[in-house]
Design a protein around this ligand. Structure first.
Ligand code: S3P
Length: 423
């Protein structure tokens, strides 16, 4: 994909639907009683992997446009899959399914693509074993993972990492346990699972950093509309900020507070960003107006990290165009995403002329130097590919993004949307 320096980005867009919420809508719908209608579902490859896994467990799921209809068979209604459950590139599908499958009354096997096979699964396997699960991976905790469903017990578990996937796996397992499960988080991570389970009639309560899961007899279907993904909107926010003569209105973006760290950081960097909330819904949403701005460097760390973990690659691009130094710290989790995002971003930014130093838990970016186009690798990582596409819009000359098809994971239509705002 070739991208040239842009003269300005203008107009209105609606970003791809939220990936995290789309995954969870199918999972909850499948274990609830009744039909769940999900509007504005993300038809990205990751969420289609989730649909595929549940179809293999006997859940009837139909797709019409961007609407998904899930016919749930109740908490104990999943059936033993006749084949391996293939989770593709999706960490969310893989980890949440570990938690959901551990208490079922059947055996199952999970596996994914080459990237999934490198991602640590011990973080879910170990606490699930503490709950009584019969679950094992290979080579010390990688897929393929074999699960022999069994009765689980509630536990008290302090999460060693702030991970919503890990937390959600334990919450799902806790729904089936014979006692309460108490999870403590080191820092708050996205809470879509908690909100959705309560919407489906379950009982998950949160007090500060403690999440209490009560076992449930049944969940009940609940229609929902998925808001836009702030992680996808992020590419257009940064693009509008760094390309001169730009003004983009991004409509219907999910604004759950556990996800809005990017707004705090870009505003702290001097970005002109106005947010209009739509009103009080379970998953808040609103519009974001972004205008070209002179940015300055900042420090990103601590409890901000889980609130913007997926936006760090594109924030690194914003930092490259900001005056002064930006330091990203406490973000070692970036090493175990779809790619090692610290190494990947440092290598690609360096190709464009940016001065970057990697650290154990992040990177230091010295911004404000001339940035030029180049041939960029995607590392088969959707967020690296889109981040470098954004950089290319504001770099001198033209660039090429290699293997851009991985963008289908979370943002089918990314390039079409980009084209629609090009002036
Ligand atoms: C997600 C949680 C995050 C995030 C991922 C989606 C989720 O992962 O990076 O893209 O839907 O729960 P971790 O739980 O590994 O932090």
């Amino acid at each position: 994909m070739e991208i040239r320096a842009s003269k300005g980005l203008q107009g209105q867009i609606t970003p791809a639907s939220d990936k995290s919420i789309s995954h969870r809508s199918v999972m909850m719908g499948a274990i609830a009683k009744g039909v769940t209608l999900v509007d504005n579902f993300l038809m990205g490859e990751d969420c289609l992997s989730t649909i595929d896994c549940f179809r293999k467990m006997g859940t009837e799921i139909s797709i019409s446009g961007d609407q998904v209809k899930v016919r749930g068979n109740g908490l104990h209604g999943l059936k033993k899959p006749q084949e391996l459950l293939y989770t593709g590139n999706s960490g969310t599908t893989t980890r949440l399914l570990c938690g959901l499958l551990a208490p079922q009354r059947f055996q199952s096997v999970l596996d994914g693509d080459a990237s999934i096979r490198k991602r640590p699964m011990n973080r879910v396997i170990e606490p699930l074993i503490k709950m009584g699960a019969k679950i094992s991976g290979i080579n010390g905790g990688y897929t393929p993972i074999t699960i022999e469903g069994t009765q689980l017990h509630g536990i008290e578990y302090p999460l060693p990492v702030a991970s919503a996937q890990l937390k959600s796996a334990l919450i799902l397992a806790g729904l089936y346990a014979d006692g309460k499960t108490l999870i403590t988080e080191p820092k708050p991570s996205r809470n879509h699972t908690e909100l959705m389970i309560n919407g489906f009639g379950g009982k998950v309560s949160t007090q500060e950093n403690r999440i209490l899961v009560e076992p449930t007899e049944e969940l009940y279907s609940c229609d929902l509309t998925v808001p836009g993904d702030i992680s996808s909107a992020a590419f257009f926010m940064v693009a509008a900020l760094i390309v001169p003569n730009s003004e983009i209105l991004i409509k219907n973006v999910g604004l759950n507070e556990t996800r809005t760290g990017i707004l705090d950081v870009l505003q702290a960097m001097g970005g002109q960003i106005e947010v209009t909330m739509y009103g009080n819904t379970i998953e808040p949403a609103g519009d974001i107006l972004v205008k070209s701005s002179s940015l300055h460097g900042t420090e990103i760390g601590g409890s901000l990290i889980p609130r913007l973990i997926d936006e760090l690659p594109v924030l690194a691009v914003a930092a490259a165009f900001a005056e002064g130094t930006t330091m990203i710290k406490d973000a070692e989790e970036l090493k175990v995403k779809e790619s090692n995002r610290i190494e990947a971003m440092a290598a690609e930014l360096t190709k464009a002329g940016v001065s970057v130093t990697t650290t154990e838990d992040g990177m230091i970016i010295r911004g404000g130097c001339p940035i030029h186009g180049a041939e960029f690798e995607s590392y088969q990582d959707h967020r690296i590919a889109m981040s470098m596409a954004v950089l290319a819009l504001a770099a001198e000359g033209s660039s090429r993004i290699k293997d851009p098809q991985c963008i289908q994971i979370s943002y089918p239509g990314f390039f079409e949307t980009l084209k629609s705002v090009q002036r």
